[in-house]
Design a protein around this ligand. Structure first.
Ligand SMILES: [Zn+2]
Length: 149
């Protein structure tokens, strides 16, 4: 027969640890559970890895190989186009990175647009900032007991 105290203990054993001392039924139940884990032996190394446990494994040789392959293909294409591969790479970088002047004027334009935006827009951006950060804060909280592993 389970009392209300037993129910509360089962839901949150850490917060109601004192219940274990006064209730023989729960003591028996949890003693058996501990015996199973300790003696009959759950062999952790035999269990398959959960997806998040193997997430640290990265096939770096494969990634490096693919990156080197892409560089080799690019060098071959530069050579076919009649450019030296190294000069080709340098030209590509020089032609695609915008000049400091251009970056500065873009930043000035964006800054002016933000300052001159209509009031409701500025308020909406402020409200959205608070909402997004509230959502992120809620996501940061620890998951409730019993759900985390
Ligand atoms: Zn109990």
């Amino acid at each position: 027969m389970k009392s209300e105290n037993c129910q509360r203990y089962l839901e949150d054993p850490e917060a109601h640890a004192a219940h274990l001392a006064e209730c023989a039924e729960c003591r028996t139940l949890f003693g058996e559970l501990n015996d199973v884990v300790a003696n009959r032996g759950v062999k952790l190394e035999v269990l398959p890895l959960a997806p998040w446990e193997e997430a640290s494994h990265r096939p770096w040789p494969l990634i490096l190989g693919i990156a080197l392959g892409i560089v080799a293909i690019a060098a071959a294409l530069f050579a076919m186009a009649g450019q030296s591969p190294l000069g080709g790479f340098i030209n590509v970088i020089r032609n695609n990175v915008p000049s400091a002047d251009l970056m500065a004027s873009i930043l000035r334009l964006a800054g002016g647009a933000v300052q001159n935006a209509p009031g409701p827009w500025q308020i909406a951006v402020g409200v959205a900032f608070v909402i997004v950060n509230a959502v992120l804060f809620l996501l940061l909280r620890r998951s409730p007991k019993g759900i985390d592993v």
